[in-house]
Write a protein that binds this ligand. Structure first.
Ligand code: HEC
Ligand code: HEC
Ligand code: HEC
Ligand code: HEC
Ligand code: HEC
Ligand code: HEC
Length: 477
């Protein structure tokens, strides 16, 4: 680190300055002292900075390690007709994650019942499989257990999955069984993470701030102790030298001189240095300030309802489009209206005060299941907001360009409260257009362009800038 080089240099500078001014030894000692303390301060900062970085790095690698460990799920073979081979379980897991997690968890009631031990609740496996393939058929057939369950869950329809074969449904049950019998902790992680990686970055996102302060405070304490010891040594030495007889007056004067704080403060190098530091800080602050005018990166307002993307989009893996309905076909992604929430929350967590806020907004009475007519919209606080002079279209980027939401919005599925992850400046748009290849695969609209581009410029892939992504009028009205 470059800061560390400056320490010996500063010390040397303090020393040399002192030697040249031999006539007035007072200022020699002062400059040396100033250099010494400055180095100590710089040392403190560079040390704490690098150790904090190390700490963060260790933290991040730590959490990655734990997350990748629990990929395997245990399963026993007991001849119950439910498959337990790893391949079957893997297929079951994939079907389950894609179709069922919206409403089901293994060990927890969601929209539908917790599925752990479900095979034991049904009289025979055949009916259970038939129920999963088409629950309404079994209910209409009058199976007592199914009818009771249906009524218990307020006649919520479970969609039919008749496209899957019996074997595939059995694989799902194999997965459910394996998950339910796996150790509790593994089940939890697999539930939440889906692919097992969902919750990784949450822990390693930034330097834990408590850590940093603790390190700095610790260092300050150590430095103060060192200072005390040094002062002690000086006073002991002074006393010792004063007791010696064979000193002449000049030596005695040097020994007994006091550190003159006023002189240090008034000395030229010190004033120059302070001026330089002051100027450097001011210039940096002013520049940073100018560049960040109108930039809201990191903006994280408190929302009226404690809606969590980490829970809905992360743990329960609800598709973004399920709520942000416009994102594939329109300019705006849309914020969901309350009736989308009600698809689930008419049943889920009805007693929670946060959910009651949804009911209040749409004037819904959960006891009588009726709506009044005193509706008012939920006042979500807008986070991402381009100025009116700029035009941005979601469908162009997500649908045509094939970009993931995370490219621009960060790891939304891990955020308890959404914040603005990117700068949203013009430079940010332009940079990406310079770097990103146009996604021309299976898009006949681009065939001619691609051909033309490849004959004119065969080495470079076609970037967004090559199709006009840097033209002012594309982004400005
Ligand atoms: C839209 C929500 C929804 C989805 C999606 C869903 N289920 Fe269900 N499931 C329910 C509800 C609600 C019930 C309770 C019975 C009822 O109301 O029909 C249920 C009941 C069940 C039961 C019986 C539970 C018991 O305690 O006996 C099983 C097994 C089941 N679902 C499996 C699945 C599987 C496997 C999938 C994915 C392929 C799936 N479900 C997808 C809502 C859903
Ligand atoms: C269950 C519904 C739901 C799902 C699923 C969902 N969101 Fe949201 N999203 C919301 C609601 C409600 C808000 C407004 C409140 C807030 O900011 O938390 C929101 C806000 C946002 C915002 C901030 C909008 C602004 O004000 O600028 C972004 C960005 C976003 N969602 C992206 C995503 C992405 C990406 C996904 C998929 C990984 C996703 N959402 C999944 C409901 C949902
Ligand atoms: C597809 C189903 C689904 C949709 C749609 C949905 N949620 Fe949820 N929500 C859930 C599930 C499941 C839970 C977790 C319940 C639990 O912890 O037992 C939950 C939990 C919550 C909680 C936490 C409640 C608490 O006290 O723990 C809030 C708040 C919430 N949802 C708000 C919303 C809002 C606002 C919307 C609409 C933008 C919405 N949800 C849409 C399924 C859904
Ligand atoms: C290329 C970057 C980019 C991608 C990819 C992207 N967004 Fe956005 N998103 C933005 C910008 C920029 C805004 C601000 C738009 C504005 O103010 O007009 C925004 C705004 C939003 C909003 C606030 C409401 C709105 O439409 O203004 C939501 C919600 C949202 N995005 C969700 C999503 C979801 C969900 C996805 C993925 C399916 C996604 N975004 C993909 C850049 C992106
Ligand atoms: C993550 C990369 C990325 C970012 C960030 C991004 N874009 Fe794009 N943009 C693309 C891609 C890829 C395409 C090409 C989509 C296609 O195939 O048509 C595109 C296309 C466009 C187009 C259409 C260009 C044309 O000639 O058809 C406009 C307009 C546009 N972007 C505006 C913006 C604005 C405004 C912003 C900033 C708020 C922005 N983009 C940020 C990747 C990005
Ligand atoms: C890829 C999209 C894109 C292209 C191409 C683009 N801009 Fe921008 N421009 C933006 C966005 C987005 C903003 C708003 C940024 C912000 O709020 O920080 C902006 C802001 C500006 C502003 C600042 C306005 C203000 O009030 O701060 C000016 C001026 C501007 N653009 C001029 C141009 C000119 C001239 C060109 C053509 C050479 C151009 N832009 C091309 C996206 C683009």
């Amino acid at each position: 680190m470059c800061l560390n080089i400056s320490i010996p240099v500063l010390l040397l500078w303090g020393f040399k300055k002192g030697q040249m001014n031999d006539c007035c030894s007072n200022s020699r000692k002062n400059t040396f002292l100033a250099g010494f303390f400055l180095s100590l301060i710089i040392l403190t900062f560079s040390w704490s900075y690098s150790s904090a970085q190390d700490a963060a790095a260790v933290d991040a690698s730590d959490s990655t390690a734990t997350a990748s460990e629990d990929a395997a799920a245990a399963g026993g073979d007991d001849g119950s007709g439910i498959p337990s081979s790893p391949e079957a379980i893997a297929e079951g897991e994939s079907i389950f994650n894609n179709n069922c997690t919206v409403c089901h968890a293994i060990n927890q009631q969601v929209v539908g019942p917790a599925l752990a031990g479900v095979e034991g609740r049904w009289d025979d496996l055949g009916t259970l499989v038939a129920f999963i393939k088409n629950s309404q058929k079994v209910i209409e057939g009058g199976n007592e257990y199914a009818v009771n369950l249906y009524n218990e869950y307020n006649k919520t329809l479970m969609p039919a999955f008749s496209d899957y074969t019996d074997e595939q449904i059995l694989n799902i049950l194999g997965y459910i069984k394996a998950e339910a019998s796996a150790p509790a902790q593994a089940a939890e992680t697999a539930d939440g993470g889906g692919e097992g990686g969902g919750q990784v970055a949450g822990g390693g996102g930034g330097i834990p701030s408590g850590y940093l302060t603790a390190i700095i405070i610790g260092l300050i304490v150590v430095l103060v102790l060192i200072l005390l010891v040094l002062v002690l040594i000086i006073s002991v030495l002074t006393r010792f030298l004063n007791q010696k007889q064979d000193l002449d007056d000049a030596d005695r004067e040097i020994i007994n001189q006091k550190v003159d704080v006023q002189k240090v403060v008034k000395s030229r190098p010190f004033i120059g240095l302070m001026l330089f530091v002051f100027l450097a800080i001011t210039v940096k602050l002013v520049l940073d300030g100018l560049f960040s005018v109108g930039v809201q990166q990191g903006y994280q307002p408190k929302q009226p309802i404690a809606f969590s993307h980490a829970l809905h989009a992360g743990q329960y893996e609800i598709e973004c489009q399920y709520c942000h309905t416009g994102v594939m076909k329109a300019k705006s992604a849309n914020i969901p209206s309350a009736n989308i929430c009600m698809n689930c929350h008419q049943q889920v967590k009805t007693e929670s005060p946060e959910i009651q806020k949804i009911y209040a907004a749409i004037d819904f009475d959960p006891d009588t299941q009726t709506y009044g007519n005193n509706k008012k919209p939920i006042e979500w606080v807008r986070i991402h907001n381009l100025p009116d002079l700029a035009y941005f279209n979601h469908a162009q980027h997500v649908n045509v360009g094939g970009l993931d939401c995370q490219n621009c919005h960060g790891e939304i599925q891990e955020m308890e409260v959404v914040y603005q992850a990117s700068e949203l400046t013009m430079g940010w748009c332009i940079n990406c257009h310079r770097e990103t290849q146009v996604n021309a695969k299976d898009n006949a609209y681009y065939d001619k362009l691609l051909e033309l581009h490849n004959t004119e410029n065969p080495k470079e892939p076609m970037k967004v800038e090559d199709i006009g992504g840097l033209e002012c009028s594309k982004c400005h009205y």
